[in-house]
Design a protein around this ligand. Structure first.
Ligand SMILES: [Zn+2]
Length: 439
């Protein structure tokens, strides 16, 4: 786990392993870069902590974790601490207090720090203009961008751009390339093998160690490509209709491939929560991955918006809940149980009975999914896993279907790691566990 050390005599904070060796009595430690900044420290120019990956709320209570996930999703780009508190059914004062107690930073300050760090990475990695960087990073205005970059880094965006190193800038041949930092080690080939096995035809593909997929931003199509970069980062190349809110695209992409968490709980995530739920429901009634892919292929061709002109087998966007909900699924070659479950899922999403976002408690998400006819608890837990719920409970439950015959250790933590290892070694049919084909 990353622990940042700050030196009171210099006012600078560092990643672990940075060269300076200050006297112990002058050092304060912080779990988050944002907490060090909130305490008045600035990022070291040598080790550049804003470029490091680290779990965002290590060991914090569930409420804090849910709040942090919502902040990462962008609720404070336009919302306030009051509206965030309302989402979580607590007062903003209580929210600030538990944030300060556990993270040493307020929700607003954490959101500002993440935006500033992402912007700094874009200033390093890309040639986007300062205005583009501001809106790509979730700032409301260029003025706010300039002010907050000065607050965090004590320098203007143009001064920061000027300071980037020669090797920082990534040359993009079309699209925009940026780094997705991770905590090493990272077995990209195993992760890519999982995505290759589970790719939705027309929407996702893997070739030459590159994972590609179509994405929809407010209905406009885009393409993301993820491939190996270096010892501590993957590369994300984004082809998007606009750069506004890019920070959330990058966060989602990071969550999808597991760069957002430490190695102990790393596993394949999902780009779209609805897509992941549909995949799991289809797979539940299938005998093998090939059959699931064939059924998803038919679904995507019939209901997904066609995107012409793409390469690498990408042809469609995944259909939205609205489209699938309004569509006649009986034309597809799906078992009646699957059709019934999909109809219940789309109705549940439309009515709000099922909320597939990060403000929801894992147990509530699972309960709402199993209440939908035909979804088995193991499938619901798997959906929770791919949505980024990394609490040990999700892993152990998703693992239940595998039984204990494989002799894995019985604690939830160990079983999760065991399940993740199986995924990473590409073994079939382990995936993230379960009795039949798993997403
Ligand atoms: Zn340093």
């Amino acid at each position: 786990m990353t622990t940042y050390s700050a030196v009171v005599t210099t006012g600078v904070y560092c990643r672990p392993g940075c060269g300076a060796k200050p006297l112990a009595e002058n050092v304060r430690t912080f779990e988050l870069a944002a907490s060090a900044e909130a305490a008045g420290f600035r990022a070291c120019l040598r080790c550049r902590p804003y470029r490091a990956a680290g779990p965002i709320a290590p060991g914090a209570p569930e409420l804090v974790c849910r709040a942090v996930r919502l902040i990462i999703d962008g609720v404070l780009d336009t919302g306030t601490e009051t509206s965030l508190g309302a989402r979580l059914a607590v007062s903003p004062r209580h929210l600030r207090r538990i944030f300060n107690d556990h993270l040493g930073v307020t929700p607003d300050r954490l959101a500002r720090s993440r935006r500033a760090h992402f912007a700094r990475r874009l200033l390093d990695d890309t040639d986007l203009t300062a205005a583009d960087v501001a809106f790509a990073s979730g700032f409301a205005s260029v003025r706010q961008f300039n002010r907050q970059m000065r607050e965090v880094f004590r320098a203007s965006p143009s001064q920061l751009r000027h300071r980037r190193r020669r090797t920082d800038r990534l040359v993009a041949d079309g699209g925009l390339t940026m780094r997705l930092p991770f905590e090493p080690p990272f077995d990209w080939d195993a992760m890519a093998a999982f995505f290759a096995d589970h790719a939705v035809p027309g929407v996702e593909s893997v070739s030459d160690r590159v994972y590609r997929r179509t994405v929809s931003l407010d209905g406009a199509p885009g393409v993301l490509e993820v491939h190996p970069g270096g010892t501590d980062h993957l590369l994300l190349r984004a082809h998007l209709p606009y750069w506004e809110g890019l920070i959330h695209v990058a966060e989602r992409a990071g969550r999808m491939v597991g760069t957002d968490v430490g190695t102990a709980v790393r596993g394949p995530g999902a780009w779209g929560p609805f897509e992941a739920a549909v995949q799991a429901i289809v797979a539940q009634e299938c005998n093998d991955l090939g059959e699931a892919r064939r059924q998803l292929d038919l679904m995507v061709r019939q209901f997904g918006p066609h995107v012409p002109g793409l390469t690498h087998g990408l042809t469609h966007l995944f259909p939205s809940a609205e489209v699938l909900g309004a569509g006649d699924l009986t034309d597809l070659d799906l078992p009646p149980a699957t059709i019934k479950s999909l109809a219940a899922l789309t109705a549940g999403v439309a009515s709000g009975a099922i909320v597939l976002d990060h403000g929801v408690r894992q147990a509530d998400l699972v309960a709402s999914l199993t209440a939908v006819t035909g979804i088995e608890p193991a499938t619901a837990h798997q959906i929770a896993l791919r949505l980024g719920h990394r609490e040990p409970d999700a892993a152990s439950r998703a693992d239940e279907g595998r039984g204990s015959a494989d002799g894995k250790a019985s604690s939830a933590d160990t079983r999760f790691c065991a399940a993740t290892d199986s995924v990473q070694s590409g073994d079939e049919p382990a995936q993230i566990g379960g009795s039949r084909v798993r997403i």
